[in-house]
Write a protein that binds this ligand. Structure first.
Ligand SMILES: *[C@@H]1O[C@H](CO)[C@@H](O)[C@H](O)[C@H]1NC(C)=O
Ligand SMILES: *[C@@H]1O[C@H](CO)[C@@H](O)[C@H](O)[C@H]1NC(C)=O
Ligand SMILES: *[C@@H]1O[C@H](CO)[C@@H](O)[C@H](O)[C@H]1NC(C)=O
Ligand SMILES: *[C@@H]1O[C@H](CO)[C@@H](O)[C@H](O)[C@H]1NC(C)=O
Length: 299
């Protein structure tokens, strides 16, 4: 694991605040961007099924590489075609839906070579997607709510530095939200060090493609153990990350009735329960999963 062997005071205070905090019901967050057939961003937000949308992915960055955004069939970033998403982003935010940029993904090319590299990536993200300015903003003038770290490759170094540099851009005027999408085995191989900073507002743990911590054959013990570990040792709101259909992942899909009658009851009493994350809007369209679970998730 990266760097730290003991938790910082800031981290411990964040955990204590999370543990004593009220559970005001859950939210649903979804990934949008990797399938052109999943409807527009504006319609995604207008469905009222989601509280937070992650735009997936900025899949090339770091190590001096020119960053590259990929939004599949939705638009072509290199020709400036994605700037039209600004009005969608603004309409989402006007409805109270947060829109985050997800960096990484399972098939990206990224890693951070040093703290200075992390600083440069933070500056790039600020100028191109957050409150800063650049002549090459891929998504136009809209100011995103924050950055989601979906780190599943490269190295485990300097993600803590990136989180610190990004958090320094938060102001009383506009907060820069930080999210992370670790795998369910605790601690996460890629993001474990970054999560120890206690700087993340949302942690959507991927309880799929990870057999040792999934719900399986009606047995909740493995999922429950992992959930308890995540919620007792990580700051921020913790989400149950799930595939929205059997086709969305190799394993880990939970039928609606099992989720609403068993799994949610076992996790939604945690003080830092955040809700459910779904991969992805496309698969959710196929099954109607979020429509079926939302009243249970929100409690
Ligand atoms: C990208 O260009 C195509 C073709 O002109 C258009 O249909 C589409 O709406 C554009 N996308 C965005 C996000 O502006
Ligand atoms: C880090 O990124 C650079 C640039 O893409 C690449 O050449 C290098 O192999 C990567 N290192 C690791 C460990 O992934
Ligand atoms: C859902 O619940 C049924 C009935 O308890 C059980 O047979 C089935 O294995 C469960 N599904 C999963 C994916 O665990
Ligand atoms: C917990 O989940 C159950 C079952 O899905 C739901 O009925 C209840 O309202 C939820 N409670 C909270 C506090 O979210």
């Amino acid at each position: 694991m990266a760097s730290k062997s003991s938790a910082s005071p800031v981290f411990l205070i964040s955990v204590i605040l999370a543990l004593v905090g009220n559970n005001d019901g859950g939210e649903i967050t979804v990934y949008w961007g990797q399938n052109g057939g999943e409807g527009s961003l504006a319609n995604t937000c207008a469905s009222e099924n989601y509280n937070i949308v992650n735009l997936a992915f900025l899949y090339v960055f770091g190590n001096g590489q020119t960053p590259e955004l990929n939004l599949a069939g939705h638009c072509d970033p290199s020709s400036g075609n994605c700037t039209g998403l600004s009005s969608d982003i603004n309409s989402c935010q006007a409805r109270g839906v947060k829109v985050m940029l997800s960096i990484g993904g399972s098939s990206g090319r990224y890693n951070l070579s040093s703290a200075e590299d992390a600083n440069q990536v933070a500056t790039y993200l600020w100028n191109n997607f957050l409150g800063g300015q650049s002549s090459s903003r891929s998504l136009g003038d809209a100011v995103l709510d924050g950055i989601d770290f979906d780190i599943e490759g490269g190295t485990n170094q300097h993600w803590d530095d990136l989180a610190r540099y990004l958090s320094e851009y938060s102001s009383s005027e506009k907060k820069v939200y930080l999210a992370a999408a670790p795998q369910c085995p605790y601690p996460d191989a890629w993001l474990g060090g970054a999560l120890q900073t206690g700087l993340f507002d949302y942690v959507w743990v991927q309880f799929y493609n990870n057999a040792p911590c999934e719900y399986n054959s009606g047995n909740i013990a493995n999922l429950q153990d992992a959930w308890n570990q995540w919620t007792s040792s990580t700051a921020g709101k913790i989400f149950l990350g799930l595939p929205a259909s059997t086709a969305a992942a190799n394993s880990g899909f939970i039928p609606v009735s099992n989720l609403t009658s068993k799994v949610l009851l076992a996790i939604n009493g945690s003080a830092n329960y955040g809700g459910v994350m779904l991969w992805s809007k496309y698969y959710d369209d196929q099954t109607g999963y979020s429509s079926s679970i939302k009243e249970y998730v929100r409690g």
